[in-house]
Ligand binder design. Structure first.
Ligand SMILES: NC(=O)c1ccc[n+]([C@@H]2O[C@H](COP(=O)([O-])OP(=O)(O)OC[C@H]3O[C@@H](n4cnc5c(N)ncnc54)[C@H](O)[C@@H]3O)[C@@H](O)[C@H]2O)c1
Length: 260
C-alpha cells in the first residue's frame, strides 16, 4: 500500500546509491516528500523508476554538490520550506599521501566538505522557514569513522570527514537559535558501491576497509539509516552538534593483530 504523505519534506544528497538511496526509501515509506539530489543522472533515473510506487513524492534533481551554481539551482527549485536535509553525497579516493594526485585530493575535499557546506548553507532558509518550537528542522551529515580514527591510504578522505564533523558542531551552535538541529553520523564499513569499488586489492592502491566490526559483520545501509531516522524523530529534539559512531564498535578499542 502506498503510504499517505505526512507533509514533511526532506532533501537527500547522494540519492542515487548506497546510504542516500536507502535514506530516500525509508523517508518515502514514512510518508515524507523527498528531493533526491545526485550528480549521476542515469542512476538517479533508475532510482526514480524504482520509487514509482511513491509517485510524485520522490523528486529527483540532478545536482553537483561541489558546484555552487548547481546547488543554488537545486535548492531554488525545492520550494520554500524543508523539514530536513540529509547530506550523503561523497567520494572516496585512495592513495598514500605522497602519491595522491592534486586532482583526487581536490575531488574528495570539494565533494565531501565543500559540497556539505554548500548544501547546508543553501538549505538553511528553507529549514528555518519550516522550523517551529515543537518541531525543529534537522540536518544530518555523513561523516565517517575516518574522522575519529583515520587510516593510512585515505588521508584526504579522513581530512574531509574530520572537516564535516567540525562543520557539524559549528552549524549546530550557530543554527540552534533558528530551530535547526545539526548532527553527523560516523559509519564504519558499510556495504555500498563506494566500498565495493575499493575492495579489489588490484585497484585499492593498498587501501583496506575497516571491515568486520566487533559486532561480527559490516553494516548494511539501513543500519545507518535507522540512526538517521532517530535523528529526524521527535525523540532527538534535544540532540545537536554530535557525531554519532555507527560502526559496531570498530573504533571503540584497538584490537592488536593476532588477537583471539
Ligand atoms: N560506505 C561506507 O563504508 C561509508 C562509511 C562511512 C561514511 N560513508 C559516507 O556515507 C556517504 C554515502 O556513501 P555510500 O557508501 O552510500 O556511497 P555511494 O558511492 O554508494 O553513494 C554516493 C553517492 O554520492 C553521489 N555523488 C558523488 N559525488 C557527487 C557530487 N559531486 N554531487 C552529487 N552527488 C554526488 C554519487 O553519484 C553516489 O550516488 C558518503 O558521504 C560516504 O563518505 C560511507
Amino acid at each position: 500500500m502506498i503510504p499517505t504523505g505526512t507533509g514533511k519534506i526532506a532533501a537527500v544528497t547522494g540519492a542515487a546509491s548506497g546510504i542516500g538511496q536507502a535514506a530516500c526509501r525509508r523517508l518515502l515509506e514514512a510518508g515524507w516528500t523527498v528531493f533526491g539530489l545526485d550528480v549521476a543522472q542515469v542512476r538517479l533515473d533508475a532510482v526514480r523508476d524504482d520509487f514509482s510506487q511513491f509517485q510524485t513524492r520522490f523528486r529527483p534533481v540532478v545536482c553537483d554538490v561541489s558546484d555552487a551554481v548547481s546547488v543554488g539551482a537545486a535548492f531554488a527549485g525545492a520550494g520554500d520550506r524543508l523539514n530536513a536535509l540529509v547530506c550523503c553525497a561523497g567520494v572516496l579516493r585512495t592513495a598514500l599521501l605522497e602519491n595522491m594526485t592534486v586532482e583526487d585530493f581536490d575531488l574528495v575535499l570539494n565533494t565531501n566538505l565543500r559540497g556539505t557546506f554548500l548544501c547546508a548553507q543553501k538549505a538553511l532558509p528553507l529549514l528555518r522557514h519550516a522550523a517551529t518550537a515543537e518541531n525543529p528542522s534537522r540536518v544530518v551529515l555523513l561523516s565517517s569513522i575516518a574522522a575519529l580514527r583515520p587510516k593510512i591510504v585515505s588521508g584526504a578522505y579522513a581530512a574531509s570527514k574530520a572537516g564535516v564533523s567540525q562543520l557539524c558542531r559549528v552549524m549546530a551552535a550557530e543554527w540552534a537559535p533558528s530551530g535547526v538541529l545539526v548532527n553527523a553520523l560516523a559509519p564504519g564499513t558499510v556495504d555500498t558501491p563506494m566500498v565495493r569499488a575499493v575492495s579489489n586489492p588490484a585497484e585499492s592502491k593498498g587501501y583496506r576497509p575497516s571491515g568486520v566490526s566487533p559486532v561480527g559483520r559490516i553494516a548494511q545501509p539501513d543500519d545507518v539509516v535507522d540512526v538517521m531516522m532517530f535523528l529526524l524523530s521527535d525523540a532527538a529534539r534535544y540532540v545537536t552538534g554530535t557525531t554519532i559512531p555507527v560502526d559496531g564498535g570498530t573504533q571503540a578499542a584497538f584490537i592488536p593483530p593476532g588477537s583471539p
